[in-house]
Design a protein around this ligand. Structure first.
Ligand SMILES: [Zn+2]
Length: 389
């Protein structure tokens, strides 16, 4: 077993408050860390670092935990650039556009879909993301949902069955029949490839009773629940997620005071997806209001071809700071340890001793540059388990 010393770190964000400056980010200056067996074995001042088999000097750059993108839809074919252009000319976003991608995904071969997933994962890695969640939801048949999840599983263990994304055209007159399919044969085919079950609980997609039915069936099949909720308007999804004690509820753009207090008391993580509001020219969720109420907040990309075709966590950090009134420290936390919490993980999203040695070296002296220099490719190197990704 060989060890690696990463040294010359001008600023090291550990996300471990017991380390460094005592802030939630646990920041150290002139720091080093040692990796053994894919995990962080030691963290401290570079001057007192122990010897290791090999050394990597980052020459004063900042090092942050790898981003944890806890919400993405990366198994699809085609794109919807025309719809984006139309939206930018003034047409509103609606959930129905998902059906366009469903048709393209059904028509694609396994090889085409696998190549798309691999391309997206590479793109994401180059921007510092080291853990990703990937959903199905563009197949919407038993066969197409199962193959989507089998392909996603090749890229990550964090796979989510989202058969309840939208009612496909062939069930337009029989949504109850589609929910029966999702909770029956489709779930049975998908559960072996999935960790999570998710529902798009929104007007135009699935209502509260349907969401309850899908989450209950998923739980009975061993899947943990999460929800898309309160994206396009007020609705029951956030309170349902809190009532059921789900790990995370995602979007949270339209929140009542009752929703906020439910989130604060339940501990369910609110995952904010500012790439969506950017790409649909919609009002952003109020990250400040959630944080001030004591809610747990994560940031993710929602990478998908309709409402947020970005794989860039640094962009989402910048948007959270600029548009959601979060500090650079709060946004970085939400994009790393917050994302890990939204996946029920404590082994990633931080660089305390024992954590996975997943990290990004920034071509910058400080993590603040992620928001301060938006659009600039600041991620210079990414290590996953201490190895170049
Ligand atoms: Zn989504």
């Amino acid at each position: 077993m060989s060890s690696l010393l990463v040294t010359g770190i001008g600023q090291l964000v550990t996300n471990d408050a017991t380390l460094g400056d005592g802030s939630p980010l646990g920041t150290l200056v002139d720091a080093a860390l040692v990796v053994e067996d894919r995990r962080v074995a030691w963290v401290g001042p570079a001057a007192s670092a122990p010897a290791a088999d090999t050394a990597y000097d980052v020459s004063g750059r900042a090092v942050v935990p790898g981003f944890v993108d806890s919400h993405s839809h990366r198994v699809f074919a085609g794109d919807r650039s025309e719809a984006f252009a139309a939206r930018m000319r003034g047409r509103p976003y609606s959930a129905g556009g998902i059906r366009t991608t469903v048709a393209a995904t059904r028509a694609a071969s396994d090889e085409q879909l696998a190549a798309n997933v691999a391309r997206h994962v590479g793109e994401m890695r180059r921007q510092g993301t080291t853990t990703v969640e990937i959903k199905s939801g563009y197949g919407l048949t038993v066969v197409d949902e199962a193959r989507s999840l089998a392909l996603a599983r090749q890229a990550t263990d964090e796979t989510t069955f989202l058969g309840a994304h939208v009612v496909p055209p062939e069930y337009a007159d029989d949504p109850a029949g589609y929910v029966d399919l999702v909770t029956g044969p489709m779930l049975e085919a998908c559960a072996p490839h999935a960790k999570w079950v998710d529902v798009f609980c929104e007007k135009g997609a699935f209502d509260e009773d349907q969401a309850r039915a899908v989450l209950a069936a998923g739980a009975a099949a061993g899947l943990s629940g999460r929800l898309h909720a309160n994206q396009l308007g007020h609705g029951p999804g956030v309170q349902l997620a809190c009532e059921l004690g789900l790990v995370a509820v995602d979007h949270c753009t339209y929140l009542s005071d009752a929703d906020i207090s439910a989130l604060a008391s339940s501990g369910t993580v609110s995952t904010l997806l500012p790439g969506v509001e950017f790409s649909t020219r919609s009002p952003y969720p109020d990250g400040r209001r959630l944080l001030d109420a004591g809610c747990h907040v994560a940031i993710a990309t929602d990478c998908n071809p309709g409402s947020s075709y970005t794989s860039s966590m640094p962009l989402c950090v910048a948007l959270a700071v600029r548009e959601m009134r979060m500090s650079p420290a709060e946004a970085l936390w939400a994009a790393t340890r917050g994302g890990a919490a939204a996946l029920g993980r404590d082994d990633v999203g931080h660089l305390g001793v024992g954590a996975a040695a997943d990290l990004a070296v920034l071509d910058a002296p400080s993590y603040v540059h992620l928001a301060y220099r938006p659009g600039v490719p600041l991620v210079r190197e990414v290590l996953v388990g201490g190895s170049p990704a």
